[in-house]
Write a protein that binds this ligand. Structure first.
Ligand code: UD1
Length: 366
């Protein structure tokens, strides 16, 4: 029996872990998984609704660390997770993505000599001002099994001196979840609720500290948004960090003035899938949404200076446009007037990544 502790913490982790948990349940005769939620995200909209939408089992253990500074949040996860690892003898700890919880759980397991598998290993933005880049570097330096979503990730790891035999190209597990729920998402009433016509609106998300924590930058993005919403309605589900900054900077009125800007609370997985999969254009600074739009061929503008997911640009529908308002406006016009030609879905973004992931863990064994 292989004892496995699966760790999730924040919103973008849940859709990556769901298919892995499902695959492990199918192998219950020889795998014994435990699900630990660090509690980094804790709101109904940022956490609970995802467990429902994805039909994921409730966590066996919730560490309830909540929000705090980077150091404090990381430390709280480490202290609580160390107790879990002491109590439950595990052969493997499985971590996903690049959030603080990912790095914290990896550090604890490495010091307790428990093997770590990192799902979505090897992605690099080469920008250490992003907290996620630091999390990726630390996690990959310590992990025993590095499960990559794209060939560029393998190249990054090899360049950093990671041994070839620790690296496995398994594909993109978030796309397993996307394909699995595409049909189901059609029952969402989000388009009716917001009075939207398919292919006649844009969807936007924004939460990176580099975009929302600086008043001038956030004001510039709202200015670009104003121009886009004059052409087509824009739906903007607001992340809690962004909501807090809009209040702090007194920018709520700038948002409210925009007639065609539809602001909502953060949406659940199925509502958001139905929303972006029927949109004409997506504007985002998220990592995962760059991949989801590529898988579906929806034009995407990424409001960042770089991406750790270059395959979404070279093969997919993504363009990196930064956060200069004039550039965003120009690129949005361009994308609306000249939608990109057909793109190619990257290799192994085929809905079967979870099976390859669990195979790789089993092969690595105890
Ligand atoms: C985190 C991840 C980021 C990921 C994002 C998705 C890190 C370093 N960052 O950023 O990679 O893209 O999640 O959302 O791990 N808050 C709530 N309710 C919640 C969670 C957060 O109100 O359930 C508020 C709190 O005020 C908190 C702020 O949002 O201080 C930021 O939350 P935090 O988890 O620190 O980082 P995110 O910006 O969400």
């Amino acid at each position: 029996m292989l004892k496995i502790i699966n760790v999730v913490g924040a919103r973008p982790n849940f859709m990556k872990m769901a298919p892995v948990m499902e695959e492990m349940r199918l192998r219950a005769d020889h795998l014994q998984p435990l699900l630990v939620h660090t509690g980094q995200h804790y709101d109904e909209a940022m956490s609970d609704s995802f467990f429902e939408d994805l039909q994921m089992p409730r966590p066996d253990i919730n560490l309830e660390v909540g929000s705090a500074s980077h150091a404090e949040q990381t430390a709280r996860v480490m202290m609580a997770f160390e107790k879990v690892l002491k109590e439950h003898q595990a052969d493997w700890v499985i971590v996903v993505g690049d959030v603080n919880s990912t790095m914290a759980a990896t550090l604890v397991a490495a010091k307790m000599l428990v093997k770590v598998a990192h799902i979505e290993a090897g992605l690099r933005s080469f920008d250490r001002s992003m907290p996620e880049e630091v999390n990726r570097l630390v996690t990959d330096a310590l992990a025993d099994l590095l499960l990559t979503p794209s060939p560029d990730a393998n190249e990054n790891l090899l360049r950093e001196g990671v041994a070839q035999e620790k690296i496995r190209f398994v594909g993109n597990v978030m796309i397993d979840t996307l394909y699995r729920h595409l049909e189901h998402a059609k029952s969402s009433q989000i388009l009716e609720r917001l009075h939207l016509n398919k292919n006649h609106y844009c969807a936007m998300t924004l939460h990176r500290p580099s975009n929302v924590d600086d008043r001038a930058t956030l004001t510039g993005i709202l200015d670009a948004l104003n121009a886009v919403q004059e052409r087509l309605p824009v739906v903007f589900p607001i992340h809690p960090r962004t909501r807090a900054r809009l209040d702090e900077f007194g920018l709520q009125s700038v948002v409210e003035k925009q007639r065609n800007l539809i602001v909502t609370e953060p949406l659940g997985y199925l509502d958001f899938l139905q929303l972006y999969s029927n949109s004409r254009l997506v504007l985002t600074d998220s990592g995962g949404i760059q991949e989801e739009t590529t898988a579906l061929g929806i034009p995407c503008l990424t409001l960042r200076q770089n991406t750790e997911r270059p395959i979404t640009v070279t093969q997919g529908s993504n363009r990196i446009v930064g956060n200069d308002p004039e550039v965003i406006k120009r690129e949005a016009w361009n994308a609306l007037d000249n939608p990109p030609a057909a793109m190619r879905v990257p290799d192994l973004w085929d809905g079967q990544a979870a099976r390859r992931i669990v195979d790789a863990i089993e092969e690595a064994g105890q």
